[in-house]
Design a protein around this ligand. Sequence first.
Ligand code: BES
Ligand code: MN
Length: 449
Amino acid sequence: MSDTIEYIQENRDAYLEELFELLAVPSVSTTGDRLDGCAKLVADVCRRHGLEATLVETVGNPIVYAERIVDESKPTVVFYGHYDVQPPGAEELWDSPPFDPTIRDGSIYARGSGDNKGQFLTHVFATGAVLETEGEPSVNVKLLIEGEEESGSTGLIEYLEDDPSLVADADLVYVADGPAHQSGRPTLIYGNRGILSVEIRLREANTDLHSGNFGGPIPNAAWSMVELLGTMRDSAGGIAIEGFHEDVDIPKRAREMVAKIPVDAAGLKTELDLAELRVDPDRYYESLLLEPTLTINGLESGYTGRGKKTIVPHEATAKLDMRLVPDQSPETVFERVREHVLAHRADADVEIHGTFPPMSTSLDTPFAETVYGALSDVWSAEPVELPLLGGSLPAAYLQRELGTPVLVVPYANPDQGNHSPNEHLDVDWFENGIGTTAMVLKRLGRVDR
Ligand code: BES
Ligand code: MN
């Protein structure tokens, strides 16, 4: 273990420099901007560390494919990640500019530091470190780094469904993404919740109207929307859409695993300055990981500017997302939502805005023990195991099209702040991430598939 770990420690500044070069690229995908330059840079970094890299063109941004083939008879691990990032949001909310990476208090502040540039680069650096200190890794190494994860992974999904020949021999998909468990212990995750995003639009009159001249007899689109949304929840706060839960199927062992996850509800309430949780503390992880949600992401109607404006709004829009659990299908759930909305408002517009199915990997996957061991050795702490992560990834497509287990192993500190202002990746976590992947690359070849 120690030669490679020592090498990684000695090269820390060089790794940070390469990460900073990538973090300085504002590779926001949701605006539809082309990110070819960023993809080329990722491929270049891979080449500097002993991987062969090419760009795979897609309908959207290119996928960076990189490999180090050791021996075709050895197992193959595919590391999945993404080089696109979320929009930074208002610059004044950042203590340093989002695309000018800065280290403060041992942490790298930049958009994409944790989600996901600083995480997928660990695999590149680990491959190079193993090559320098040990010779070839014990497995074939492949990287699939896409440029559209934050906007729906269209190109990746098409690639996987059409002809994923470059990665067809995969035995394991490994994803370093998301923050680790709140306790700060290293974390090993066997799946993710899915997502279904929906937009609902209602229209009443053909224009906004004076609330004195017309208010009373004329319907108000804002109230219509609020009432419609109200029909989707029962009095206990549960989801009241008929058929919504029909395919939910959570295995007993997932529940047992969740029961063992430590919860610090008081700490969380302090951190978020929150008076109450929606559930009892001992149901926190059940609610976060094993149950679907119906979230209002945003509402728009009428006048929300400064001062007042006495109008009856004629239009209202609601954006919703639903986090889905095994075995819900986003398409079926969308049908149930559409039926519900149309039963209340036959003239509503209901539009689907993208989906990822939920994914769960067998808790008995033979590779998990090796990953668990690498995490506990590098962090000198016992890992926390989660059956699912709350957020969503296109991992179900990787699992389905490649027929492999998928393990999610977050290398970011719990307070990473992905998608928020001041997103940051602790340098220690970054370094331990490189070390963990290096250990995995050295040991995974011993696993009996
Ligand atoms: N890194 C996240 C997934 C994630 C979120 C992992 C929280 C762990 C905890 C990923 O980049 C992401 O943001 N996914 C989106 C998908 C959506 C844009 C289709 C999500 O979950 O909202
Ligand atoms: Mn993200």
